[in-house]
Design a protein around this ligand. Structure first.
Ligand code: SAM
Length: 203
């Protein structure tokens, strides 16, 4: 895996081992079709996925309204003042995201979709070889992401979900709940997880 910039220079929440796994999954998937992520933030996961897509001259759709999740809002635990647009009174990670994609040379590979995930999905009909879900972590947001995008995954494609914590003592439960939904659907088989990254394959 050869990244053009150091992922640690991109603000974000992804462990390097999880990033390397995303790269490997996308390097396999991108031979068959485009990939999509929900929740790009400043582009750390996008760097791994996009670099693998570029290798196969494939596209990565990067869905994020760039207004931050619950925990990024003013006064919340993961608020970053650098990403706060004081004039608008809102979070805005898009400028930083685009700067990072330009620096990584990924502007012709990554297609940003600056919209909420269910809105972006409303008329979607392109089969996807990989979907990575790392958007809002409320039950409602995670469920909407799962319902919006899991049906677009082609047979043999991957569904990767970040922040899987089977034990509630370790973290929020919504990503784990949609992972369980995918399992119960009978449409996916589980693959090995990497730290908090759950991975399934569409049957
Ligand atoms: C945990 S961060 C993503 C981290 C990123 N994957 C990384 O590697 O650093 C979650 C992102 O999801 C976005 N988000 C939350 N809810 C969303 C929604 N309903 N539609 C689109 N984006 C959403 C937020 O704006 C935020 O940037």
């Amino acid at each position: 895996m050869q990244l053009t910039i150091n992922p640690e220079t991109i603000k974000g929440f992804l462990h390097p081992d999880e990033g390397a796994r995303l790269y490997d999954l996308a390097a396999d998937a991108a031979r068959r079709g485009p990939c999509l992520e929900v929740g790009s933030y400043c582009g750390r996961s996008t760097l791994y996925l996009g670099t693998a897509c570029r290798k196969h001259e494939q596209l990565l759709y990067a869905v994020d309204h760039h207004r931050g999740s619950e925990e990024h809002q003013l006064g919340e635990e993961y608020h970053d003042a650098d990403l706060y647009d004081a004039a608008a009174g809102r979070m805005d990670s898009f400028r930083e995201f685009r700067r990072n994609m330009d620096a990584a040379g990924l502007s012709d590979t990554v297609v940003p979709i600056v919209a909420s995930s269910p809105v972006a999905a409303r008329h979607w009909n392109t089969p996807l070889s990989l979907v990575f879900i790392d958007g809002g972590h409320s039950e409602a947001a995670a469920l909407a992401d799962y319902r919006s995008w899991s049906t677009a995954i082609a047979s043999g494609g991957f569904l990767a979900i970040h922040d899987i914590f089977p034990d509630p003592a370790d973290g929020g439960q919504a990503p784990w709940h949609i992972y369980q939904l995918a399992m119960a659907s009978g449409l996916f088989e589980p693959l090995t997880s990497t730290l908090t990254l759950g991975v399934l394959r569409r049957c």
